[in-house]
Design a protein around this ligand. Structure first.
Ligand code: NAI
Ligand code: MG
Length: 356
C-alpha cells in the first residue's frame, strides 16, 4: 500500500527546509523501496497571496485525505499588517484544530556532537533527552471570549480566556503517561495551580489519570519554577506535560539547551495517531532566501512521522542515524557551527544526510 503525504512548505525558510526533507524521502523511496507519494498544498502567507486566505479548503481536504502531513513554517513581516483572521498563523492554528491534533510531542535531545553548540555548560546538558508533551487545541490560544474592547473607563482592553474541559485534560494526560511508560517512567506535569483555577483542575485531573499508571512516577511543578529548573538542571526531567501556552514557551527554552532551535522536530497527533509533523521553529524571515537555514529539525520531523504515524521505525532510525553520521563528519549549518567544523548551507546539509 502506498502511503500518501501532504506537503505544506509554507513561508520564509519553510520551502527551503522542506525541500531537504523531501530529498531524504526520495532516498528512502529509491534506495530502500519505501512506498510513498507526496502532494503539495499552500498554507499561511503563501496561501493568502494565491487565494486570499491562509487556510484554503483544498489544503484541508488534501490533509484529511492524506495519511500524514509534513509542514515547513508559516508567517513573516509581509503579512503582519493583515487582519488577525487572515494572518498566516491562523492557517496553522486552523489546521491543528480542524484535524483535532491535540497531542504535540516535542523531544529536546542534545546530540553528543553538539555539546559545544549549547550555551550551557557541558555537564549541565550533555546526554539531555527530554520529551515535552504539549496540549495543542485548547487553552488560552483558543478560549472564548477573546478580543479587544473599550472598558467602562474608556480605556482600551485586550482579553483572552484560559479554559480547559476535563475531557481535554484527560486525553492529553493519557498521551503523556503512555509516552512516559515507554521511556524512563517519570512524568512532571506543569501548571500554575496556585494562581489559576483552570490549571488547578489540570492538576486534579492529571492526578486522577495517574492512578491508571501506577508504574509512572508523577510529579508537579509550577511553570515559573519549571522554566528555572530547565536551565538550572534540565536532566532532572524525562517527560514534561504542559498546557498549550506553557508548552509553547518551555519548548523554545528547551530547544536552546540543545544548541539550536533548528535541530528540533515535533509531532502533532490526533486520537488515532494520525498527525502533522513540523520543525518547532518558525519561518525565520531574518535568514529566509539565503540558503543557510538548518534543515535537520524538518528531516527529524520526517523521522518522527515514520515512527509515530506510518509504523516504520526502521526508516525512522535510518534517518536519525544518517543525521548523526553527517554531524560526526563535521557538517554544520551556521546555527550549530563551532571551531573545527565545516560550515555548510541548507542544501549541502541535506545532501550530506542523504549520502550518509
Ligand atoms: P523563528 O523560529 O522563525 O526564528 C527565531 C530565530 O531562530 C531566528 O533568529 C531564526 O533565524 C532562527 N532559526 C529558526 N529556525 C532556524 C533554522 N532552521 N536554522 C537556523 N536558524 C533558525 O521565530 P520568530 O522569529 O519569532 O518568528 C518568525 C515568524 O515565524 C513569525 O511570523 C512567527 O509568527 C512565525 N512562527 C511560525 C511558527 C510555525 O510555523 N510553526 C512557529 C513560530 C513562529
Ligand atoms: Mg512557539
Amino acid at each position: 500500500m502506498t502511503v500518501k503525504i501532504a506537503v505544506l512548505p509554507g513561508d520564509g525558510i519553510g520551502p527551503e527546509i522542506v525541500a531537504e526533507a523531501l530529498k531524504v524521502l526520495d532516498c528512502l523511496r529509491t534506495e530502500f523501496g519505501l512506498a510513498v507519494e507526496t502532494e503539495h498544498a499552500l498554507i499561511g502567507g503563501a496561501a493568502y497571496d494565491a487565494h486570499g486566505t491562509p487556510f484554503p479548503k483544498e489544503t484541508l481536504d488534501l490533509c484529511r485525505a492524506a495519511d500524514s502531513v509534513l509542514l515547513g513554517a508559516v508567517g513573516g513581516p509581509k503579512w503582519e499588517p493583515l487582519d488577525y483572521s487572515l494572518r498566516p498563523e491562523r492557517g496553522l492554528l486552523g489546521l491543528r484544530s480542524e484535524l483535532a491534533l491535540f497531542s504535540n510531542l516535542r523531544p529536546a535531545v542534545l546530540y553528543p556532537q553538539l555539546v559545544s553548540a549549547s550555551t550551557l555548560k557541558p555537564e549541565v546538558v550533555s546526554g539531555l533527552d527530554i520529551m515535552i508533551v504539549r496540549e495543542l487545541t485548547g487553552g488560552i490560544y483558543f478560549g472564548k471570549p477573546r478580543g479587544r474592547r473599550i472598558n467602562d473607563q474608556g480605556e482600551r482592553e485586550g482579553y483572552n480566556t484560559l479554559v480547559y474541559s476535563e475531557s481535554e485534560i484527560r486525553r492529553i494526560a493519557h498521551s503523556a503517561f503512555q509516552i512516559a511508560r515507554k521511556r524512563n517512567k517519570r512524568l512532571c506535569s506543569i501548571d500554575k495551580a496556585n494562581v489559576l483555577e483552570c490549571t488547578e483542575l489540570w492538576r486534579e485531573v492529571v492526578i486522577e489519570v495517574g492512578k491508571e499508571y501506577p508504574d509512572v512516577a508523577l510529579s508537579h511543578m509550577y511553570v515559573d519554577n519549571a522554566s528555572m529548573q530547565l536551565v538550572r538542571n534540565p536532566k532532572q526531567f524525562d517527560v514534561m506535560l504542559t498546557d498549550n501556552m506553557f508548552g509553547d514557551i518551555l519548548s523554545d527554552c528547551a530547544a536552546m539547551l540543545t544548541g539550536s532551535i533548528g535541530m528540533l522536530p515535533s509531532a502533532s497527533l490526533d486520537k488515532d495517531g494520525k498527525g502533522m509533523y513540523e520543525p518547532i521553529h518558525g519561518s525565520a524571515p531574518d535568514i529566509a532566501g539565503r540558503g543557510i537555514a538548518n534543515p535537520i529539525a524538518t528531516i527529524l520531523s520526517l523521522a518522527m512521522m515514520l515512527r509515530y504515524s506510518l509504523d516504520d521505525a526502521a526508516s525512522a532510525e535510518r534517518i536519525e542515524n544518517a543525521v548523526q553520521k553527517a554531524l560526526d563528519q563535521g557538517y554544520r549549518t551556521a546555527d550549530i557551527a563551532s571551531e573545527g567544523t565545516a560550515k555548510v548551507g541548507t542544501a549541502a546539509m541535506g545532501d550530506a544526510i542523504v549520502a550518509a
